[in-house]
Design a protein around this ligand. Sequence first.
Ligand SMILES: CC(C)(COP(=O)(O)OP(=O)(O)OC[C@H]1O[C@@H](n2cnc3c(N)ncnc32)[C@H](O)[C@@H]1OP(=O)(O)O)[C@@H](O)C(=O)NCCC(=O)NCCS
Length: 366
Amino acid sequence: MPTKPLVIGLTGGIGSGKSHVRSTLVSLGAEGIDADRVAHAVMAPGGAAYGGVVAAFGAEILGPDGAIDRARLGARVFGDPAALARLEAITHPAVFAATQARVAASTAPAVVIEAIKLLEAGFSRTLCDQVWVTQCSRRQQLARLWASRGMSTEEARRRIANQMAPAQMAAQADRVIDTGGAMAETALKVLAGWADLGLPLPAPVIRPVTLADAEGTAAVLNSVVREGGRTIAGRTYTPAQERAFLRAMPQRSVLNIALLGKVVAGFQEYMPYATYTHTMDHVASVGTFIAAAVRGRGLGHALSAVTWADARAAGYSKLVITVREDNPEAQAFYTGLGFQPCGRLARQAFVDGRYVDELLYELFFE
Ligand SMILES: CC(C)(COP(=O)(O)OP(=O)(O)OC[C@H]1O[C@@H](n2cnc3c(N)ncnc32)[C@H](O)[C@@H]1OP(=O)(O)O)[C@@H](O)C(=O)NCCC(=O)NCCS
């Protein structure tokens, strides 16, 4: 029996990262609908709104090929609220009907509808189960519109002023996604939203990190650092610092990432336990970090299967891990993987203003 997809309506100011959120949701398994493209389609010759728009605005909005020239139409309605309202009264119902038909036909677990006028057009409560709103600072919006579309500050300000105020959008949202951080941080927030809704996770892809993933691994690490109480990392990393860390990893080290769609959701690394001597060449130390939203879903185990095999192939026969004594989840995770407790390092780290003990665990491959 096909089940009805969960419908997420996605809106937000221009340049606030809607499309990035949509494409992240699509990578997790959602079907994506861009209402702007649907609007193009319904206004194309033969589309449901074509005749109505031409009847309302006259043949002068047509190009030589008989299609509606959006620039000409824009010039007619821009700065004339009554004309814009007339246009939208024709296009919005057609966009709504086309979108509704796509939702009804979808077999995906979720459909995301990105629409700049989601709230104004009345889509939000009739078609959507959820409303998500993207937000960032005005300054970032302007910078992004300049960088991505070459839009002047003046033009961007004018367009932003024509939109619903961010606070008003947020007041109608089930989830506000702050897109002010790195793209990978936004992606993690999207993943958290997906997981919170109980939507199925795609199968993880486990692969070695590349420098291009540094923003993603930093986002995961930073999220764990900000949670507090889990790691002795004690600081957050910028993508540049993370890239420097990855470049400086010693030989015979591996860092594998777990991707859910295009979201770096976790990583695991091993490094030689000691590089100043060859007597411990068989020993590697490991670490594992999974984003909070997707813990207990098997990602740590999936990573370990790959990382341990890599370590064996690289000639290691023993793994060592230290875990904070106040981190029972991680202790359970490693003992579940066969690690044996072998000691306590008292007052081993000074973190968050106090000393914490670390517990030592070891695992022999044979
Ligand atoms: C520890 C960690 C790596 C486990 O990864 P994970 O993807 O959640 O683990 P998996 O889903 O593969 O395995 C789940 C196992 O982990 C342990 N575990 C994970 N979350 C747990 C929780 N909330 N409570 C108790 N045990 C938990 C359990 O042993 C569980 O086994 P079970 O399912 O049989 O009960 C992850 O919780 C994490 O990243 N924590 C924050 C960072 C950290 O503490 N890293 C360790 C320091 S190196």
